[in-house]
Each structure stands twice: as C-alpha cells, then as structure tokens.
Write a protein that binds this ligand. Structure first.
Ligand SMILES: [Zn+2]
Ligand SMILES: [Zn+2]
Length: 345
C-alpha cells in the first residue's frame, strides 16, 4: 500500500472519536517558521501588557480607542468578506478593484498571505473534523485531555507544525489571478503598513510622538491580537461549544456560538456556514446578527457585488437537524461538497 492509499484508508476508517492516525506525530515546523509565527502571535500580546501598563491610572485616549475600532472593522471585514466569503467560497462576485481592496484589508490582519489563508481554509472544509483537517479540535480524540490538547491545537498550535497546505492544489484559481498573487506577495509590506498607519494617525491627532506610540500599541498591536484570537476562536470554540441547528457532513462538528457574533462579524454562526458554505450570509436564522452579510448587501446595492448567493428558505429548512431524511436536501443539490471532493480526492 502506498503512502497516499494509507492516508485515504485512514480517513475512511475514522470513527469520529479516536485521535487522528499519526496526529500526535506531526513534526514541528522549521526554526524560521516557528520564530516568525511566534513573533506574530506573541508580540501583539506583549503589546497588550505594555499598553495597559502605560494607560494605568490615566485611562486610554479616546482617539486610540476610535482608531483601534476603525482598524479592527476594516481589517476584520477584509478577512470575513474578502478572504473568506469572496475568495475562499465565491459566495459573490466582486468588481476587480473591490477584490483587491478586500484582499489588501484582510492582509493587514497578520493572518498570513491571502493565498495560503484560502488554501488552508478550503482544506478545512474538505476534511472538517476528520484526518486531513489542518485545525480540528478533535485531532487528539474525544477524551478530556485529548479535547483540551485539540482546542490548543485548533486555536494556535496548528500554525507551529510542518503540515503545509498546498496552494497549487487548494487555491489554483488565485495562483492564476495576477492581482491576487501581487497582493499575496505584498503581505509583509502590508503588515508594516498596518502598524505604521495607526502610529501616523495617532501622531497627527495628538500632535505628540507619545500619542503616536499609544495609537501604535492600541490601534496597531492590541487590535491585531484581538482580531487574531477572535478568528482563531472560530476554528477552535466554534467546533466545540455551541448549538448545531443545521445538518453538516459526516464528522463535521461546527457550532453556532452567539457571544462571538458581533466581534467576529457574523462568522461565529459557523454551523450555518458549514451547512451552506457558499452562502453569503452565515447567520441563517432570524436575529442572528451578521455584519459581513450586511456589507455584502451594501456592495450589491451599490452595484459592486453581483451573483450574491443569498440563503434559499426552502433549502435551509430542509437542512435543519431533526427533519426526516426524505425531506432533506438531496446531495446533488450540494454544489460545494462536490467542489470539496475535487480538492479532497
Ligand atoms: Zn470550521
Ligand atoms: Zn468557510
């Protein structure tokens, strides 16, 4: 049996509870990757401590808070609307300039270049919560210890392994798009811009270098840390804690977690998303706040977004859990899993 035949067999044999075969043996990444990822992960956190220390007793300047909120919203929506709903799942078609704008905004969130981001996320959908998923909290099994270890892996640990996702395989469409390749190459520069802009804005508003420094801390690094952990919580918590009102594929344990809805711009309606991956709205039920879907709606009204995949009421109803099998959506109606299978083969 060849290596790939063994991998395919291990995936077919997976029972939904045991540790993933070979999951515990993953080699750590090379020193350079660990160093770089470590800096990107740890530095914003250290900055949080420094920022709190400096603000202690004298409060935070309003300008710092407003700048932090503005940068959080712009870069966050770049990830959710741009990286995720547009580039990964094609849930709408955007004007070419808007694709670039969203790609640039998302790149400023320190979450890797957009082509790698999309490749990892498509692989996550192709193998959700079974062997092959780059960041499943079920990797080490369903024992208490395995779950805790899995949670740490799904949140952060997966970035420190040598388990690379092939962009040629999972994101060939983006590699063929010169504009997206250019944005992906500009990722390190965009990270610098993402920190320099708040510094300059803070300096200009306060008229002092110290004002620039505190804006750099709050609207630069602390904002990066918060968005990173919210995004990673969708990978970790939203596959473990919360409700599962919709049917997903076998072994997929994605959940809806309402407390994160606003901070994650609607991405924590993750069970709805895994049930209907190409849908532009993740909050499929009434009252499920989804600011990313609101922005896509605005783009549509302005004529900047077309072919938007809005939820189909009957289809959603058929995907609810607890509905008899004969009333559920037929598999051939599932465009996305067919595409997943192409990547998963
Ligand atoms: Zn997921
Ligand atoms: Zn997705």
């Amino acid at each position: 049996m060849t290596m790939s035949e063994r991998t395919v067999k291990a995936r077919q044999d997976y029972d939904g509870a045991s540790p993933f075969p070979g999951g515990a043996e993953h080699a750590p990444a090379g020193r350079a990757q660990v160093g770089l990822t470590g800096t990107i992960v740890v530095l914003p956190f250290i900055a949080l401590g420094v920022a709190i220390f400096l603000a202690w007793g004298q409060g935070i300047a309003l300008a710092d808070l407003l700048l932090a909120a503005a940068f959080y919203v712009v870069t966050g929506l770049g990830v959710t609307v741009g990286f995720h709903r547009l580039l990964t799942h094609g849930s709408f078609t955007a004007r070419p300039w808007l694709r670039v704008v969203l790609g640039v905004a998302g790149s400023m969130s320190f979450q890797g270049n957009l082509i790698d981001w999309v490749a990892v996320h498509r692989r996550h959908h192709a193998f959700t919560d079974r062997p092959g998923d780059p960041h499943s909290p079920y990797r080490y099994g369903t024992s208490v210890r395995g779950q805790l270890r899995g949670l740490a892996h799904a949140h952060l640990g997966w970035m420190f392994t040598s388990d690379r996702t092939s962009a040629e395989r999972y994101a060939p469409d983006l590699l063929d798009d010169p504009a997206m390749v250019r944005v992906a190459r500009a990722f390190p520069a965009l990270c610098v811009v993402s920190l320099v802009l708040p510094f300059l804005a803070g300096w200009a508003i306060s008229g002092s270098l110290y004002g620039g420094l505190t804006a750099f801390l709050w609207a630069g690094l602390v904002r990066v840390a918060l968005l990173q952990h919210v995004t990673w919580s969708v990978n970790s918590l939203c596959h473990m804690v919360g409700s599962r009102p919709f049917k997903t594929r076998r072994h997929d344990r994605s959940t809806n977690l309402w407390p994160l809805a606003l901070l994650s711009f609607g991405e924590s309606w993750h069970n709805g998303h895994h049930s209907e991956p190409t849908c532009a709205r993740h909050g499929l039920d009434r009252g499920q706040i989804d600011p990313s879907a609101g922005l896509i709606r605005l783009f549509e009204r302005l004529g900047w977004a077309t072919d938007v995949h809005w939820p189909d009421h009957d289809r959603i109803q058929r995907r609810r859990t607890g509905i008899p099998p004969q009333a559920r959506a037929r598999p051939e109606a599932d465009r996305y899993p067919l595409r997943c299978r192409r990547w998963a083969a």
